[in-house]
Write a protein that binds this ligand. Structure first.
Ligand code: AMP
Ligand code: GLY
Length: 422
């Protein structure tokens, strides 16, 4: 079998390493991959958003199966294009990827089907949004409708910040057309949990829960990033809460999508907040999370490719998806300055005694050397029987990886450990 994986970050590296456990796969191609992925797959210089490029490559190389991992190609309809030429895919069609591609769509879906989420209003006119904000409760949350590189959400803690956020989205168009419609919603509080789920549109199998650490600095200080580390499972997500989520959120969501003629097949990501009034959906993503994948897949015991094929064939009910009872911790090593300006081009050195799992996000291969080429450079994952040991081991292994300008959070998992003690 020849498999292609679209994308080039730490999430894709994790997926590829897991797929390599399946012996029926002869070759894995990564489009475009990166300098670390190059050690595990054949990297092809085709960008993740290049639909024509991916289709031509699949045709010319007789690809048997495609995994489309990032949001952009999914929302643009890459799966539809590949299916048209007969390539089975893991990932939702364009009409289902809208669950992430449009916040207005997802909020209206939740309202229509009574799926718990923050109260909200939709605005297409800036003046009306500004007028609404004159009396809206503060803090308030302002979201651009479309994809915005993960930056389209502003939590405004003053009225002026709220006005500025609306103006920058609707007047200055900082997110382009993504800001031509906006959602203004109620500010919720509570622990956040990420739950990724496999679904073929009929059956839904939640994966082990996880916790992201989005801020750049220790103690959740500093700017929002794409994620500085993760742990799994998330101790806030008890089996009672999981049961409520399954009944009130997960199953109603796939049923709602089916009912709308938008059957969702692939990985559906539920960003949840555990509020005093119960779990609520903060966001849906139409794909695996990054860096959640880096802790979730290392705990998966079942063959990932078998699951991917079952999702594509709509036979997920026949597969027994199992996770280990252990825990995982991923510490992201980034370039100093990230998420703002940073320098790249430094050699990444991995000591021979390194025993962890290395998932590379931003690196290029130059004459056999890995050089840093991104804000988030790599993630180091370790698994263990307990969360405490997984954290300890991950930080030990981080010491075996080095590059100039490296920085990482020292407290990944500490909040989770405290929650366990409480
Ligand atoms: P992003 O990953 O950039 O979409 O940011 C989403 C983050 O904004 C979430 O992880 C939450 O921390 C926060 N957020 C989004 N919506 C709300 C809300 N209604 N109330 C409180 N925090 C929110
Ligand atoms: N870690 C959050 C995301 O993948 O969107």
């Amino acid at each position: 079998m020849k498999v292609m994986v679209v994308g080039g970050g730490g999430r894709e590296h994790t997926i590829i390493k897991k797929l390599k456990e399946n012996k029926t796969i002869e070759t894995i191609y990564a489009l475009p991959g990166n300098g670390g992925i190059a050690k595990d797959a054949v990297c092809v210089n085709i960008g993740a958003k290049d639909l024509d490029g991916a289709v031509n490559f699949a045709k010319e190389n007789q690809i048997d199966f495609a995994v489309v991992a990032p949001d952009d190609p999914l929302v643009l309809g890459m799966v539809d294009r590949l299916e048209e030429i007969g390539v089975p895919c893991f990932g939702p069609n364009k009409n289902a990827a809208i669950i992430e591609g449009s916040k207005v769509f997802s909020k209206n879906l939740m309202k229509k089907y009574n799926i718990p989420t923050a109260q909200y209003e939709v605005f297409t006119e800036m003046d009306e949004a500004l007028k609404y904000l004159e009396t809206a409760p503060i803090p308030t949350v302002i979201k651009a409708d479309g994809l915005a590189l993960g930056k389209g959400v502003v939590i405004a803690t003053t009225r002026d910040e709220a006005f500025d956020a609306v103006k920058s989205m609707m007047q200055d168009k900082v997110f382009g057309e993504s800001g031509s419609q906006i959602v203004i919603e109620e500010f919720l509080t509570g622990p956040e949990v990420s739950v990724l789920a496999f679904t073929d549109g009929k059956t839904l199998v939640p994966m082990v829960s996880s916790m992201d650490h989005k801020r750049a600095l220790d103690n959740d200080q500093g700017l929002n990033t794409g994620g500085m580390g993760t742990i799994a499972p998330n101790p806030y997500y008890t089996s009672d809460i999981a049961e409520v989520c399954m009944k009130e959120i997960f199953i109603p969501t796939i049923e709602a999508m089916k009912n709308e003629g938008r059957t969702f097949k692939g990985c559906l990501y539920f960003g949840l907040m555990l509020t005093e009034k119960g779990p609520k959906v903060i966001e849906y993503n139409c794909r695996f999370g990054d860096p959640e994948t880096q802790v979730v897949l290392p705990l998966l015991k079942t063959d990932l490719f078998e699951i991917f094929k079952a999702v594509a064939n709509e036979t997920l009910a026949d597969i027994n998806v199992e996770f280990s009872d252990g825990s995982a911790c991923c510490v992201v090593m980034a370039s100093e300055g990230y998420p703002k300006a940073y320098e790249s081009g430094f050699e990444i050195k991995v000591a021979p005694e390194f025993k962890g799992q290395l998932f590379v996000a931003g690196a290029k291969d130059v004459d056999g050397k890995m050089l840093t080429a991104g804000g988030r450079v790599l993630g180091v994952t370790e698994t263990a029987d307990t969360l405490e040991d997984a954290i300890k081991k991950a930080y030990q292994e981080v010491k075996n990886v080095s590059f100039d300008n490296a920085f990482y959070r020292k407290d990944i998992g500490q909040r989770a450990l405290k929650a366990k003690e409480a």
